[in-house]
Design a protein around this ligand. Structure first.
Ligand SMILES: NC(=O)c1ccc[n+]([C@@H]2O[C@H](COP(=O)([O-])OP(=O)(O)OC[C@H]3O[C@@H](n4cnc5c(N)ncnc54)[C@H](O)[C@@H]3O)[C@@H](O)[C@H]2O)c1
Length: 438
């Protein structure tokens, strides 16, 4: 018998950025959550009381929930099935070579669950999955005579604000036709919706497509501003002024309007690609989404051209300081980070690099093992021909320009995030490049 608004036993399968935050926040409201991951090292680390990711605000919730035994970790899917009434799948859905989403992690677990689940349990897709995935999972359960019920519940959290987003979501999207599934999820999310934000019920297909639509729309805002910044630069306008004026129109909204190095991260690049791929399969090509991707790719080239031009095409033997490795501030996630693409480009051209990031160095080193890392932002500048700013961490916003001038070999800044005021840095004697500003 279902008890509305009472604590439930939950399992989260896949304890990465989404799974760990979701699991911890669900435990914070009183539920008993078992987080499962196939990475036994990660599970051991979490069991010892260490967080496996950097996410602002997560630590105190994690400490409280683990200390009180409401948040535990394991590796066994059977243990998850024995423990939980609701199982969330927060598994990776990386891109395949053709741009489609790789569903192998999700479907492997669904096949395993089909053998393990023997009574009615709710299996919730939290991973970002193409339209039809929940239906495929249901089909797998049906074929195995497994009584699991499937629902789609895409996640909209932003890394860097993930705890805030999960605890106070601006909407919850539930794709489920089964009334029992709807009732369970409505009750589970009730404590998170105290500010009267909506819970939106729809079909699984609509929920699945909503997630891709949201990410593609955000990517579109970024690509629009990046392309406009190139025009602004060409015709002597200032993208900062344009952004403020555009953002003041509440039909447009002020967020996601910053010109920069293009979108990165574990979601936008792969999700736009996957949507474009799905649309082609359905023979309804999404021209706008295709253009969004193209602008994003060429935006980095636009920035790299500034570096090449400054050094007259010769980067061999040059030495660069890089500030910021994470794909955005307040995360240690470096997946599809523009900084890593820039560093690889510099290496290919025979340059050397010393980088600093407040949180993401360890993850960057896993991707580029021979990258020289500095533990101090100013030390990273020592003897460099130029500084390249790749992530707008707060720490970089008001630096000591005198120390920078002393440490750098040449006072040259390539600002990929428009963090500094051009007049101000130029007044201090720096050669300064940014994006879309005169
Ligand atoms: N990162 C975000 O900000 C974000 C936001 C919204 C949605 N999403 C979506 O959520 C999903 C998860 O993303 P993420 O960033 O948390 O990924 P992640 O790579 O950080 O975490 C996935 C975890 O799943 C584990 N895993 C893989 N196969 C497993 C298996 N068979 N059994 C148990 N564990 C397994 C991995 O070891 C890893 O720890 C993706 O579909 C992503 O698109 C991510």
């Amino acid at each position: 018998m279902w008890r509305n608004f009472a604590a439930v036993n939950i399992a989260v399968i896949g304890t990465g950025y989404v799974g760990l935050v979701a699991g911890t926040c669900l435990a914070e409201t009183g539920n008993r959550v078992l987080c499962i991951d196939k990475d036994s090292e990660k599970v051991r680390w979490l069991r010892q009381g260490h967080l496996s990711i950097y996410e602002p605000g997560l630590e105190p919730l994690f400490r409280r929930a683990t200390a009180q035994g409401r948040l535990t970790f394991g590796v066994s899917l059977k243990e998850a099935v024995d423990h939980a009434e609701i199982l969330f799948l927060a598994l990776p859905t990386p891109e395949n070579e053709d741009g489609s989403a790789d569903l192998s992690h999700v479907l492997d677990v669904v096949h395993d669950l089909a053998q393990l689940i023997q009574e009615r349990k709710l299996v919730v897709m939290k991973s970002t999955v193409p339209v039809g995935t929940a239906a495929r999972a249901r089909e797998i359960f049906l074929r195995s005579h497994c009584p699991a019920v499937v629902a789609s519940n895409p996640e909209f959290m932003r890394e860097g604000f993930a705890v805030e987003d999960f605890m106070k979501p601006d909407r919850i999207v539930i794709g489920a036709t089964d009334p029992w599934a709807r009732q369970i999820l409505a009750a589970l999310y009730q404590p998170f919706l105290r500010e009267d934000h909506p819970i939106l019920f729809m079909s699984e297909e609509s929920a699945e497509l909503t997630k891709y639509a949201a990410n593609t729309f955000l990517a579109m805002k970024i690509s629009f501003m990046n392309e406009l910044a190139r025009l602004a630069e060409g015709c002597g306008a200032n993208i900062d002024d344009i952004r403020l004026a555009l953002g003041a129109d509440d039909r447009i909204g002020g967020r996601f309007l910053f010109a920069g190095l293009g979108y990165g991260g574990s979601c936008l690049p792969k999700d736009v690609k996957a949507l474009v791929h799905q649309a082609r399969v359905f023979q309804v090509p999404l021209r706008l989404a295709e253009a969004v991707q193209e602008v994003n790719t060429t935006q980095l080239d636009f920035f790299l051209t500034k570096i090449l031009r400054h050094f007259e095409g010769q980067l061999s033997g040059r030495h660069f300081a890089v500030w910021g490795l994470a794909f955005k501030p307040d995360t240690d996630d470096v997946r599809e980070a523009p900084a890593l693409k820039i560093i690889r480009f510099l290496f290919r051209h025979g340059a050397s690099v010393r980088a600093f990031d407040p949180e993401a160095s360890a993850n960057a080193l896993k991707q580029i093992p021979d990258l020289e890392i500095s533990s101090d932002m100013y030390q990273a500048l020592e003897g460099a021909d130029a500084l390249i700013l790749c992530t707008e961490w707060s720490l970089f916003r008001s630096p000591d320009f005198d120390v920078m001038a002393q440490k750098l070999k040449y006072k040259v800044i390539f600002d990929g995030r428009n963090v500094y005021q051009p007049d101000e840095v130029r007044r201090r004697g720096f050669t300064y490049y940014s994006i879309g500003r005169p």
